[in-house]
Structures are given as structure tokens and as C-alpha cells.
Design a protein around this ligand. Structure first.
Ligand SMILES: [Zn+2]
Length: 80
């Protein structure tokens, strides 16, 4: 199982629009970041527990991928 805590994405400071890179884990834990542009405290929100929904979607996508690869394994012919 892939751990998505280290997956990163870009956000912008709501005050000064300075770009920042955050990790999924930061959002999941509703971490507070300090903007490197204006030094404001940025409270990350996990509105409606979106992080958990995303984690479920990723797990479902990986399961689909594994099923697809398993299908491929059945169709490959090996000859001597
Ligand atoms: Zn800022």
C-alpha cells in the first residue's frame, strides 16, 4: 500500500498568494504553516474530512491498477 502522507501539492497563501508546497499529511493533521512570503500563520483545513475521501479514492485506484496488472499477467505468453 502506498503511503500518501508524503504526496505533496502546491497551495497559495490566502493573504499574499505566495506559493507553498504542503504534504498530504499536513492537511490531514490540519497543520499550521508559516507563510514564507508574509509570515502569516496559515491554518490548513480538512473540510468535510476530504483527506479521508482522497485516501479512499487512491486506495481504490491502486486496487484497480493491481487488477489490471493481474489481468495482464494472465495474457502474457511465455515460450521457450
Ligand atoms: Zn503570505
Amino acid at each position: 500500500m502506498i503511503d500518501i502522507d508524503r504526496a505533496s501539492f502546491d497551495v497559495e497563501c490566502p493573504r499574499c498568494s505566495f506559493a507553498a508546497k504542503i504534504f498530504y499529511r499536513d492537511a490531514r493533521l490540519r497543520d499550521v504553516l508559516i507563510c514564507r512570503g508574509c509570515k502569516a500563520n496559515i491554518q490548513l483545513d480538512n473540510h468535510m474530512n476530504e483527506c479521508r475521501k482522497v485516501r479512499k479514492q487512491v486506495a481504490s485506484a491502486i486496487a484497480d491498477l493491481e487488477r489490471t496488472v493481474a489481468t495482464l499477467n494472465k495474457t502474457i505468453r511465455i515460450t521457450l
